[in-house]
Design a binder for this molecule. Structure first.
Ligand code: SF4
Length: 393
């Protein structure tokens, strides 16, 4: 098994992960010319020197490092004179600092990097949202070697097709994104734009608030989300998957080690959320903290805040899943079926999910009518400023 693990730029991470099958680390600067896959306010504020030193530690441990250049939106910079030269300058700087490969989403950036550095490996990011073999083949022809999937994690026919097309396939395993998320495009563009040099900071990501509200209304989404349990990796290996990717660039070193260890051991007996991203609560609670006192006294908003606070204490008992859980999901035509009509993930959620120590059957969702839009109207303008961490150049 090969794991690809996020780094938080703590040197203890490569030192303590030496016994794990981590072959590659990934990460990047909070800000860059193109932007990338995470908003700067959640990432470690590293300097170029720290970046170089950390990559030296990674290389000493016999592993390699890929830099994330996985923006989905260049803010029209690609039309500006000198964009290509400035981008290549940044790529060259990342290579000079010790980068071994790149994680890229936009075809234009794949082509520029590959033309200039044909031997440097490129992984196509989950941000490219691959859903068909033909999409994967375009990227392979542009020079990419690896295709990383996330949204299509439960499409084994696609995975087999990409492997047959000659791709090395990587599966991102520990994100709690809801299945078929309607906020995803907005979310990826938000991260890409806010992490570009000179962009003013944001205090939270609107799409995560929207996603969090969906989860409050229907916590069974915790089970139908796109994560993969450590126990189920062999199904993917049988389909030809080459590597498993574990995210968490904003997480502590013990957290990253715990998650990587669980996947390397193909087993975790505790709360599944201990090893999953579970991003839907922290950001929304921060957003609600930015509301004016008048807004917070509104009973509807207060009930949402209370519900998010309870959702901080969710557990998913990983030992209580039916042994054939993933096989059963994979055998279902989820894309053409209403989850209400199917009901399988909901029935499993009743067995494995507890909220604030109580079974799901006792959970009462907050006002179903509440939407992110009505919360945004109450945001205080001063809450939208954020500090600017360092950039690559
Ligand atoms: S269709 Fe059924 S198996 Fe598929 S995600 Fe929905 S509830 Fe789960």
């Amino acid at each position: 098994m090969d794991l690809v693990l996020a780094t938080n730029f703590d040197d203890q991470l490569p030192a303590e992960a030496r016994d794990l099958p981590v072959k590659t680390y990934f990460g990047g600067f909070p800000y860059s010319l193109t932007g990338a896959g995470r908003p700067p306010h959640i990432l470690p504020a590293i300097t170029p020197e720290r970046f170089r030193e950390h990559l030296e530690r990674i290389h000493e441990s016999g592993r390699v490092f890929y830099a994330t250049v996985n923006s989905t939106d260049l803010g029209l910079k690609e039309y500006q004179e000198g964009f290509r030269a400035r981008f290549l300058q940044e790529v060259g700087r990342l290579l000079e600092l010790g980068t071994d490969g790149f994680v890229v989403a936009l075809p234009l950036l794949v082509e520029i990097i590959h033309r200039e550095y044909p031997d440097v490996p490129i992984s196509v990011s989950t941000f490219s949202r691959l859903r068909t073999v033909a999409q994967g083949e375009y990227f392979l022809r542009m020079g990419a070697r690896t295709l990383v999937l996330e949204e299509a994690n439960r499409d084994l026919r696609l995975i087999r097709g990409l492997v047959r097309a000659g791709a090395e396939v990587e599966i991102l395993v520990n994100q709690t994104c809801i299945h078929d998320c309607p906020y995803r495009a907005h979310h990826l563009n938000t991260s890409s734009l806010v992490s570009q040099d000179g962009t003013p900071g944001i205090p939270f990501e609107v799409p995560i608030l929207e996603c969090g509200l969906q989860m409050l209304k229907d916590p069974t989404l915790l089970v139908s989300s796109i994560w993969v349990r450590p126990e189920d990796l062999s199904l993917y290996e049988a389909a030809g998957v080459h590597r498993f990717k574990v995210s968490g660039r904003n997480r502590s070193t013990p957290w990253l080690l715990r998650s990587a260890r669980a996947y390397s051991q193909r087993r975790y007996d505790g709360n599944l959320l201990d090893i999953l991203s579970y991003v839907q609560v922290k950001g929304p609670l921060q957003a609600l903290g930015s509301l004016s006192p008048t807004a917070l006294s509104d009973p509807e908003i207060a009930s949402v805040r209370d519900a998010f606070e309870r959702m901080q204490h969710v557990s998913i008992d990983n030992s209580a899943f039916p042994p054939d859980f993933l096989r059963r999901v994979l055998a279902t035509d989820c894309a053409h079926l209403s989850c209400k009509e199917c009901g399988y993930c909901g029935s499993v959620a009743q067995k494995v999910v507890r909220i604030d120590g109580r079974p799901l059957s006792e959970y009462r969702p907050p006002a179903p009518s509440l939407q992110a839009e009505s919360l945004l109207r109450h945001l205080r303008p001063e809450a939208s400023a954020a500090a600017v961490p360092p950039t690559v150049s």
